[in-house]
Structures are given as C-alpha cells and as structure tokens.
Design a protein around this ligand. Structure first.
Ligand SMILES: Nc1ncnc2c1ncn2[C@@H]1O[C@H](COP(=O)(O)OP(=O)(O)OP(=O)(O)O)[C@@H](O)[C@H]1O
Ligand SMILES: [Mg+2]
Length: 271
C-alpha cells in the first residue's frame, strides 16, 4: 500500500490518514452463487476509493456487506481499529456510514427539501415521544437539521428546485438530490453505487465536482462504484478491482491500469 505517495498531494484540505475501514477475507454467497470470495482491502480516512469490475462482479454486494444489509458467511469488518462482531444497517448509520443506491432511492412525490430532510432522520437522538411532544431536545435537533439541510442545498446548487417534487426532475438532478439525502446524515464514510450511471457528460462532470468538493470540504471518506473508467481515473486515490467475486487488482489508478489481469478482465473489454 502506497500511502506515502497519497499524502504528498499538495492542495488537499484533509490529508489521507490511517485505515478507517478494513475488510478482511469477506466471502458472501447466495445459495449456489458465490458473490464475493475472500475479499480483503482497506479504505483510508479522507481518501476517495473506487471499486470497479464488470457486471455481476460483486461490487454492489460489497457495499451491502459494508453497510450491514448482507451478512457475509466469512470475514470481518474493522472500523477505526475496532473489529466488529457483525454489521447491521443501524450500526452502520450510527457509525456514520451513509449511501446512495444503484437505482435512485428517493420519495419521488416529495420535494427536494423534504427528501434531504428525511436523510437527517438517520441520526435522530430524540425519542419518538420527545418529537411528538416537541420537547426541547427534539426542537433543538430539528433546528440543527434545518441548518444542515440548508447548507447542503447551497453546496449542491439546488436552491432553485428545493420545492420541486423529485419525480419532475431530470435524472442527473435526481442523482444529485440523492447525494444530498446521503450527506444529510453528515457521514464519515459515503458509499456511492454508480453515482454517474446514465448521466450525460455534463451531468457527470457536475457529479465529479461535487464528489471531489464533498471530500475536500467535509473530509468525507468516499467509496464509490463506477463503470466510467475516465471518471474512476480522475477521481479516485486508489482502486480495487473485482471480477467474478474475486479481487484481481488493488492500487493507484495508474497501477491498476498497468495490471495485466485487470486489462484482460476489464479494461481490455472497455477499450
Ligand atoms: N440478493 C441477491 N440474491 C441472489 N443473488 C444475488 C443477490 N445480490 C447479488 N446477487 C448475485 O451476486 C453476484 C454479484 O452481484 P452484484 O449486484 O454485487 O454485482 P455488481 O458488480 O454490482 O454488478 P452490476 O455492475 O451489474 O451492478 C451476481 O451474480 C448477482 O446475481
Ligand atoms: Mg451493482
């Protein structure tokens, strides 16, 4: 692992640090389908890490293991040096892991503002009763959430559509709103499953800029799945490559690009 090189990047607000997440020997199967076989890699604090690989390689399954949606049959997850007995979606949310989905998961009939506000609810501390009775902690939390949401709306430049129902927005903007919903939980680690899929070039450029800005402005660690190799090479500090559920490459974009297994399995097909 070549962290020394990464840390020398001059313009970076948050220097890349120690591993925040370590996946060790993860195996996951669904009946007879082996989705992941003995996968190990780590994610360093403040880095942008990409997972690439052909369709069905196990990329989304990997994110689902990290946020506790799937329980691997084998392997362990370590967060900031603490090895976890098992991950659940609630534990992941409490630890500051937030995500977007391969297929947009928003309340399509609700406004942009309400959708992003809903993302805050992942970290509510007030009890249901405190909220219902509008007791001080619940009121304070709601005020805090509104502040966070306003900042995100400004940050993502979606002020002009704040009241628009999500279903009326073009696809690229819906993806941006979904990023906003994930950011509303003020995550430490952001998992993005194909944030640029289906976008035109201009929308992709916008999304790239926002991902870089989130990383730079909030120091958020990003783990993203992406098919567009140009985007992956531009955006990520390090790349892990999966193929048929196995890890076949791991390194900086240029290391991965030069890896013959990766060229054969993936890049060779794409180019
Ligand atoms: N819930 C599930 N039940 C059964 N099989 C599953 C399930 N989820 C994933 N799989 C299988 O696991 C393998 C990996 O799927 P996964 O969705 O993780 O791939 P992917 O790399 O994200 O692919 P894509 O690029 O098409 O999104 C596939 O063979 C898939 O059919
Ligand atoms: Mg997928």
């Amino acid at each position: 692992m070549n962290t020394a090189v990464l840390q020398t990047s001059p313009q970076r607000a948050f220097a890349i640090g120690a591993p925040i997440l370590e996946l060790d020997s993860i195996s996951l199967s669904f009946g007879g389908v082996q989705a992941l076989t003995n996968i190990s890699f780590n994610v360093l604090e403040h880095e942008i890490r990409a997972i690439i690989g052909p369709n069905g390689a196990g990329k989304s399954s990997m994110l689902n293991v990290i946020n506790g949606v799937y329980q691997p049959q084998q392997g362990s997850i370590t967060y900031r040096g603490d090895r976890l007995a098992g991950m659940t979606p609630t534990r992941a949310a409490n630890m500051g892991i937030s995500r977007t989905f391969q297929n947009i998961a928003l309340f399509k009939g609700m406004s942009v503002l309400d959708n992003i506000m809903a993302g805050c609810s992942l970290r509510v501390n007030a009890t249901f009763l405190e909220t219902a009775l509008q007791l001080p902690r619940a009121r304070r939390e709601e005020a805090e959430h509104r502040e966070v949401v306003e900042e995100i709306i400004e940050f993502l430049e979606i002020e002009h559509i704040r009241k628009t129902p999500v279903r009326r927005l073009p696809y690229g903007l819906q993806k941006r709103v979904e990023l906003g919903r994930a950011l509303a939980a003020q995550p430490k680690i952001l998992l993005l499953d194909e944030p640029m899929a289906g976008m035109n070039i201009e929308e992709k450029q916008d999304m790239c800029r926002f991902i870089l800005d989130v990383n730079d402005h909030y120091g958020t660690t990003v783990l993203l799945i992406e098919h567009d190799m140009g985007v992956v090479m531009d955006l990520s500090d390090r790349v892990v490559v999966l193929d048929y559920g196995k890890k076949i490459g791991d390194g900086t974009p240029s290391e991965v690009r030069a890896n013959q297994d990766v060229i054969d399995a993936y890049l060779g097909v794409a180019h």
